[in-house]
Design a protein around this ligand. Structure first.
Ligand code: PLP
Length: 395
């Protein structure tokens, strides 16, 4: 018999994954050109050519003796040094190889960070709406997720509400900006306010409340919007980065944890994170793609492609009467459910072969998420279907 924890998970298996499967069924029935699947954050653009060349380069480099072998659990020292240099050049930080642990994407990084920090019963705060897996990850280590709503209207994190939710058991706050599912980028003043609140709480209790900064969308910010580097504002930060979205590599499972020397107990955290990587069964982040990303650290995501999709979808939907949050980052559009019932909205959309995810799946009822990391033609073809849906919903 399977465990109670897994039984509960199997009962509530991810709505997004279920939609992904449903999308495939609809595509088989109606033809994929006639199904408008906005359900999954799977980047449609291929990785840049430089990534392919980097992989070939690594494989062709006979001087690299250990391409497929074991390595330190934290990852290849030379890869971590290259990532540290790239971060320092970009953010004016002072990371070295020892400050980084290569991870199995952001999901792997978050699990390593939580395993490193949590005792059973510890609390982790997340800002709703939030990436649906956070609760599962926290429960992996018998912690509990405490959900704090974002500010109504602009969906910025609410520092005062976060502060009010901190208890003696609070170990960490997960921050995700650019945000999935809202597309909102937290402003510098939001970050400063959160940092001030958490500093005061940590000083009062004598034990740090860490920020776990979940950053798979860091480079996906449009129109010159700046994404503040959180460690600069709050030292007790563990950054969880991933190349899944920026370089369209979600299947390769590659990212890193970054912990600066100024972070409380940084040496212990880094040592424990490397051990967590091992004992969780990852052992180390995949070696070939570690070596490859180290060769393309200057590479930029396809921002112009996503920005074009953003304008097309946001412009098209608002013209039809849908209320949307204008996304400054990531590749998600957060749309108000006409009538307020997000599940009913998603069901109604399905009749027109439009797949979107009800906000309830992200603890954000009353809204729905559209992932616009799709082909531009999908959006163009979907707009008439959205128009019919708008008619049915009397927008
Ligand atoms: N965090 C957020 C907010 C995400 O949206 C995702 C993936 O969609 C992840 C983490 C996991 O990313 P990765 O593929 O790097 O594990």
């Amino acid at each position: 018999m399977i465990s109670e924890k897994m039984s509960a998970l199997a009962r509530n298996n991810s709505v997004i994954r279920a939609m992904f499967e449903e999308g495939k069924l609809l595509a088989a029935k109606y033809g994929s050109a006639n199904v408008y699947d906005f359900s999954l954050g799977n980047p449609n653009f291929p990785p840049p050519e430089s990534v392919k060349n980097a992989i070939i380069g690594v494989l062709s480099d006979t001087s690299a003796a250990n391409i497929h072998g074991y390595m330190p659990n934290a990852g290849f020292p030379e890869v971590r040094a290259a990532v540290a240099d790239a971060l320092n050049a970009r953010h004016g930080t002072e990371y070295a190889s020892k400050n980084l642990v290569m991870s199995v994407g952001a999901a792997g990084g978050l699990n390593v960070a939580l395993k490193t920090l949590l005792n059973p019963g510890d609390e982790v705060i997340a800002v709703a709406p939030y990436f649906v897996e956070y609760g599962n990850y926290v429960r992996n280590y018998d912690g509990s997720l405490v959900v704090v709503p974002a500010r109504a209207g602009d969906f910025q994190a609410d520092a005062a509400a976060i502060g009010a939710a901190v208890t003696a058991r609070t170990k960490a706050v997960i921050i995700n900006s650019p945000n999935n599912p809202t597309g909102v980028v937290y402003t510098e003043s939001t970050i400063r306010e959160i940092a001030d609140v958490l500093r005061a709480k940590s000083e009062k209790s004598g034990s740090p409340v860490y920020i776990i900064s979940d950053e798979p969308y860091r480079e996906l910010a449009y129109g010159g919007v700046r994404v503040p580097w959180i460690s600069k504002y709050y030292a007790d930060t563990i950054v969880c980065y991933s190349w899944s979205k920026s370089l369209s590599l979600p299947g390769e499972r590659i990212g890193y944890l970054a912990v600066s020397d100024e972070c409380a107990d940084s040496a212990q955290i880094l040592e424990a994170a490397a051990i967590a990587t091992r004992v969780l069964g990852f052992v180390n982040a995949p070696s070939l793609i570690q070596l490859a990303v180290a060769r393309v650290l200057g590479e930029e995501p396809n921002l112009s492609g996503y920005a074009e999709n953003r304008e097309l979808l946001y412009g098209g939907l608002t013209k039809l009467g849908y209320e949307c949050v204008y996304p400054e980052g990531a590749f998600y559009l957060w749309v108000k459910a006409p009538g307020g019932d997000d599940r009913a909205f998603a069901e109604a959309a399905k009749k027109y072969n439009i797949l979107l995810v009800p906000g309830t799946s992200f603890a954000g009822p009353g809204y729905a998420r559209l992932a616009y990391c799709v082909a531009k033609e999908t959006i163009e073809r979907a707009l008439p279907a959205f128009a019919k849906l708008a008619e049915e919903l009397r927008l």
